[in-house]
Each structure stands twice: as structure tokens, then as C-alpha cells.
Design a protein around this ligand. Structure first.
Ligand SMILES: Cc1cc2nc3c(=O)[nH]c(=O)nc-3n(C[C@H](O)[C@H](O)[C@H](O)COP(=O)(O)OP(=O)(O)OC[C@H]3O[C@@H](n4cnc5c(N)ncnc54)[C@H](O)[C@@H]3O)c2cc1C
Length: 484
């Protein structure tokens, strides 16, 4: 939560930089006076366009951001803040005091009525940028229904670049304060950094990966529709990562939009070998069993921060289905490090045929104080584990188990699994009085519309941040008019 607060404050400060520049830059006072609402419109546009440019950094696969926030939170921030940018940018033309201004007969573009300098080109790029931004957000909201995720990603990246280019043209051509030289340079610099971040993902990383390629050793069946994928480096240094992190994997293709995120289920090895546990979900994962060994593989990583905190006195892991993958790496690392703290793992699946063998994968039996609590919905005859699913009832059952109950009050909880399970687990833990910073989650879906108190708190935080950005714009504008 503290990290999130720091992120929110830094983000808010960055949003307001152009506003502040338009206020404090020496020659800003030379501009002719105009109504406050026109200034408010410019303010919203500056904040909105800054938010659009900052989006590129949230998606830029910067490890410090991913480590500090976690990739899932960075992605959720990206999704939510895009909405703020859209609202600010769509609102801003309507705030100009254009309603009272008559259109001149020779101004068939309405540019003068809209007080747009740069003539019809400034207006044209503004409208196109807004149309692209609206399509981008609409396509992102409908992404869950799209069948071809890779193609959607490609279009998302291209449209985003279009919004950036058109938005920059409109800002430089028509923005009143962009006529101030320092602010003009600022827009150029921020936009170029955003483009560099885009190029980093779409060009630089594929090039870098091509020089550190891997090859596929094997794909072996672990359980029903669950595969273990093993790859080894062809050249280059082994990937440095810590247990619980994930990497983007591509097989056979270097195309930047065709990589898929998977938790690394192995621990760092001198040979650089990496293993992933993958459940069939769509095109890429279903094709895995038929992929020829020796196929070239590319890895981008490591990302994420799903690590056991050093200060936790005990750990309760809650895994649903393929959410077991990062725990295998965490348990293997714990075995290697001779971990002595109590660790409990509740591993829930629909039925036993979908469960992987933990002992074979991570030798967790060697841990000093470990207990596995398997949970299935359809138990076979003679089943001695828990019965149910990891919802509120199942979680209550697991937490009251004699192996978990004594640890429940001080344990650190780590949750990974399907979205609904994670919502239920987080809601249930928080309702039991577990402090939010003792609940750590790794989401495998980026389009999460979670209902857990945690997800709701995030959304409240986002609304607060957007409101604060709007209020700060007003404050700066009021201060500016006082100074004038
Ligand atoms: C941080 C993280 C770690 C993950 N770890 C694992 C793991 O260890 N094992 C495992 O089986 N699955 C894991 N997943 C989920 C895995 O990435 C998807 O199941 C896989 O990408 C599906 O690809 P597909 O082409 O087979 O299916 P598709 O039909 O293309 O996708 C099914 C769904 O998977 C998601 N998805 C697909 N491609 C991507 C992508 N490039 N980026 C983000 N989401 C995508 C989308 O929500 C999509 O709707 C993880 C996801 C994330 C975000």
C-alpha cells in the first residue's frame, strides 16, 4: 500500500508538470488574457495528454516499475488511468467558451470558433487523435471477448502510437501554452521518451532476445492439459531472476506481440535452463504439445515481485489451478535455502487429474515445516484432503484446518489462481481482519474486474487520483489568474 501511495504521488506530480510550467515559465504572463474556463480546458488537455504519454511507461516493461508495483498492478493502473486521460481529453474541447463565439463565414473548419490555432490541421489531428483514443479504450474494454489476443495487442500498440503522434501534433500546433519554448521542448522530450519506450518493447527487446535465444528442450505432460515446458539458452548469460517472478515467452517467432507471460516454475540454475508450467487456454498454449523440440524460444524477463517477504513469520500459500506455477518455484527456492519457517500450501483444483505432483517438481517434502492441503471439488474414493473450492466457504475450511489455524493470525498470505478465486480469497482474508499488506496476490489475467475489497480500494484510489488531478488543475489555474 505504501508503494502504491508513493506511485500515486509521483504520478500526480508528473501529471501536473506542464500545468506548473505554464504557470511559472517567465513568458507565460505575456500571453493575452482569456476566460478562466478556456484555461481550464487547456489544463485538462495538458493533464490528459500527459496521462496518455505516461501510459507508455507503465507498459514499457521497466523492471523497477514491475518490481515495485508488480506487473498486474502496473497493468491495472494503465487500464484505469487510460480512462482518466480519455475523460479529460474528451471533456476539454467542450469547456472552451466556444458557445458564445460566432463562426466566421470563411472559417469552414470551425477552428476559429473553437479557438484552435494551427488552423484546420490542428483541428483535424485533434479529432483523429480523440477518435483513435476512444477506439483504443473501447477495444481494450472489449478485449475479453476477442478471440485473437495477439492481433489485439498488435493493434493496441499501433493505435497507441497513432494517438501519440496525432496528439503531439495537435498540442504543438494548437496548444496555447505549447507556444512557450520550454513547454514545447518538454512535450517533445516526453513524447520522444514515450516513443523510445514503445520502440523498446516492439524493436529493441526482440533484437536483444535474438542475441540471447533459447531452444525448446521438451514439453512434457504433468496433468490433464497441463504441460511443463523446458528451455535452455543457446548463447548468452543465464537469465537472472528470483523465485516467483515471471517472463514473457515466445516460441519460433520473434514478433513482439506474440509473447505470453508465464511464471518461471524453476529456480536459477547455472545452465540457465528455465521451466514453466502451462495450462492450455488458447492458440499458443494448445499448440505447445505439438511444438517440435529444438524450436527456437525467446524470453523477456524477469518481471513481477511475487516473493516471500523476509519478515513473514509464517507463510500460507493459496493456489487455484494453474496458480500453482509460481509456488513451485518459491517452494524449490525454499528447499534450496533450507527455509525453516512454517509454510502451508492450499492447492485447489476441480479434480485430482488436473493436479501436478508437487513432490516431483519441487521436493517440498524436504522442507522443515511444510504441509500441503489439497482441495478438490470432485473427490475420488478414499480422498483424505479438503473438499470444495477456494471460495469463502472453502477458505474458511482451509484456515480452520489444524495445520493452518495456529498460524492464521500472523501468517503472510500469498494468493494466485483464477480471478474469481482471488477475489474470494482476498475478500475473505480482509474480512477476517488480515491486514492488506499481509495479503499478496499474483494475477494471471490483466483484464480483471475484481470485486474484492482490495480491487475496490484500488478503484477508489484511482478515482481519488483523477479527482486530485482535476482539482490541482483548477488550483494552478486559480493561482495563475491571481498572478495575472
Ligand atoms: C503474470 C502472469 C503470469 C502467468 N503465468 C502463467 C503460468 O505460469 N502458467 C499458465 O498456464 N498461464 C500463466 N499465465 C496466463 C497465460 O499468460 C495465458 O494463459 C496465455 O498467455 C494464454 O495464451 P493463449 O494464446 O494460449 O490463449 P489466448 O486465447 O490467446 O488467451 C487467453 C487469455 O489469456 C490472456 N493472455 C493471452 N495472451 C496474453 C499476453 N500476451 N499477455 C497477457 N495476457 C494474455 C488473455 O486474458 C486472454 O484472454 C500468466 C499470466 C500472467 C499475466
Amino acid at each position: 500500500m505504501k508503494r502504491l501511495l508513493i506511485f500515486a504521488l509521483c504520478y500526480l506530480m508528473l501529471l501536473c508538470v506542464p500545468l506548473l510550467m505554464s504557470w511559472v515559465l517567465p513568458n507565460s504572463q505575456d500571453l493575452p488574457p482569456r476566460p478562466l474556463r478556456d484555461d481550464l480546458a487547456s489544463g485538462l488537455a495538458m493533464v490528459g495528454f500527459t496521462a496518455v504519454l505516461l501510459e507508455f511507461f507503465l507498459l514499457g516493461r521497466f523492471r523497477p516499475i514491475s518490481r515495485a508495483l508488480g506487473s498486474d498492478l502496473a497493468m491495472q493502473a494503465h487500464q484505469l488511468l487510460a480512462r482518466t486521460a480519455l475523460v479529460f481529453l474528451v471533456l476539454h474541447p467542450f469547456l472552451y467558451s466556444l458557445w458564445g463565439s460566432a463562426q466566421k463565414p470563411w472559417d469552414d473548419s470551425y477552428a476559429q470558433a473553437l479557438r484552435i490555432s494551427g488552423g484546420s490541421w490542428g483541428l483535424f489531428t485533434a479529432l483523429l487523435a480523440l477518435a483513435l483514443l476512444m477506439s483504443l479504450v473501447a477495444m481494450a474494454l472489449g478485449q475479453a471477448r476477442s478471440r485473437d489476443y495477439d492481433r489485439w495487442r498488435l493493434w493496441h500498440g499501433l493505435l497507441a502510437l497513432g494517438v501519440l503522434g496525432l496528439g503531439l501534433h495537435h498540442t504543438l500546433e494548437s496548444g496555447r501554452y505549447a507556444q512557450l519554448p520550454w513547454l514545447r521542448w518538454y512535450w517533445w522530450a516526453l513524447a520522444m521518451l514515450a516513443v523510445a519506450s514503445w520502440l523498446g518493447v516492439y524493436l529493441w527487446r526482440p533484437w536483444w532476445q535474438s542475441r540471447r535465444a533459447y531452444h525448446l528442450n521438451r514439453v512434457s505432460a504433468l496433468a490433464q492439459k497441463i504441460w511443463e515446458v523446458e528451455i535452455s539458452p543457446l548463447a548468452g548469460k543465464p537469465l537472472k531472476f528470483v523465485a516467483g517472478q515471471f517472463a514473457w515467452l515466445k516460441l519460433g517467432s520473434l514478433a513482439p506481440y506474440q509473447d505470453h507471460p508465464f511464471s518461471i516454475s524453476s529456480v536459477p540454475e547455472p545452465s540457465g535452463q528455465l521451466r514453466f508450467i502451462v495450462k492450455e487456454a488458447g492458440d499458443f498454449t494448445r499448440a505447445l504439445p505439438n511444438t517440435a523440440s529444438n524450436t527456437v524460444a525467446y524470453v523477456d524477463g524477469p518481471y513481477g515481485n511475487f516473493a516471500i517477504p523476509a519478515s513473514a513469520p509464517a507463510i500460507v500459500m493459496l493456489a487455484g489451478g494453474i496458480g500453482i506455477a509460481p509456488f513451485i518455484s518459491l517452494l524449490s527456492a525454499s528447499v534450496q535455502q533450507g527455509e525453516r519457517r512454517p509454510i502451508r500450501l492450499v492447492y485447489a483444483e476441480h479434480d485430482v487429474s488436473q493436479m501436478v505432483s508437487l513432490q516431483a517438481l519441487c521436493a517440498c517434502g524436504q522442507l522443515a515445516d511444510f504441509q500441503l492441503l489439497p482441495m478438490v471439488e470432485s473427490p475420488p474414493e478414499g480422498w483424505t484432503g479438503l473438499v470444495g473450492r477456494l471460495d469463502a466457504t472453502g477458505l474458511a475450511l482451509a484456515l480452520s484446518h489444524e495445520a493452518v489455524a495456529p498460524l492464521a493470525a500472523q501468517a503472510h498470505y500469498m494468493v494466485c489462481g483464477p480471478g474469481a478465486m482471488m477475489d474470494a480469497a482476498e475478500a475473505c482474508l480482509l474480512a477476517r481482519g488480515v491486514a492488506a499488506d499481509r495479503v499478496q496476490s499474483e494475477h494471471f489475467q490483466y483484464n480483471f474486474s475484481g470485486r474484492s475489497p482490495r480491487a475496490l480500494a484500488l478503484r477508489r484510489g484511482w478515482l481519488g487520483l483523477s479527482l486530485a488531478a482535476g482539482l490541482l488543475s483548477l488550483l494552478v489555474l486559480a493561482l495563475r489568474s491571481l498572478r495575472a
